[in-house]
Ligand binder design. Structure first.
Ligand SMILES: [Zn+2]
Length: 164
């Protein structure tokens, strides 16, 4: 699922969590549950090609071929942070940390995937294996069917945030 959807789910988890650590942990678990639902994902084929070539290190991933993919990911993540922080409107550091815990935990498995490509190691590899095993194997096309599950999750999440 796109990072924006994971960020919204993470923020909902945060709104029901007693502290930032719990928000982080439950949102992290929530990421895997959300990925198990069939959905559409945007293409990051340049980054995937680098990963499949077995190259590691930051320089293998950050170059002009991967710039579009990195831009998509950055815009997606920034959109998720902007949306959740504007809707949640946290007041004070306790609420900011709580929301940040949920949003960071919510997107963590996808960032771990990127970190695994750059810094391959057994822990990241194990986590990524689990991530891949639970991720839906149904590749949905784009609009409207592929977006439906994510639009539903975002709408449900925003409704919960709005009426909390
Ligand atoms: Zn994921």
């Amino acid at each position: 699922m796109i990072l924006l959807t994971h960020a919204v789910i993470g923020s909902v988890v945060a709104s029901a969590s007693p502290n930032p650590l719990a928000a982080f942990f439950f949102a992290w678990i929530g990421h895997y549950c959300a990925d198990a639902v069939p959905h559409w994902d945007y293409s990051i084929k340049n980054l995937m090609a680098k990963a499949e070539s077995g190259k590691s290190g930051l320089s293998a991933y950050i170059n002009k071929n991967t710039a579009t993919d990195l831009l998509k990911i950055t815009a997606d993540f920034a959109g998720g942070v902007f949306l959740t922080f504007s809707l949640f409107s946290p007041t004070g550091s306790a609420e900011i940390f709580l929301l940040a815990g949920g949003v960071i935990g919510g997107v963590l498995p996808d960032f771990l995937l990127f970190l695994e490509w750059i810094f391959p190691n057994p822990i990241f590899r194990r986590l990524e294996k689990f991530h891949a095993s639970i991720h839906s194997k149904i590749k949905m096309a784009g609009f409207p069917l592929g977006w439906a599950t994510q639009i539903f999750l975002i709408a449900a999440g925003l409704t919960i945030i709005f009426f909390r």
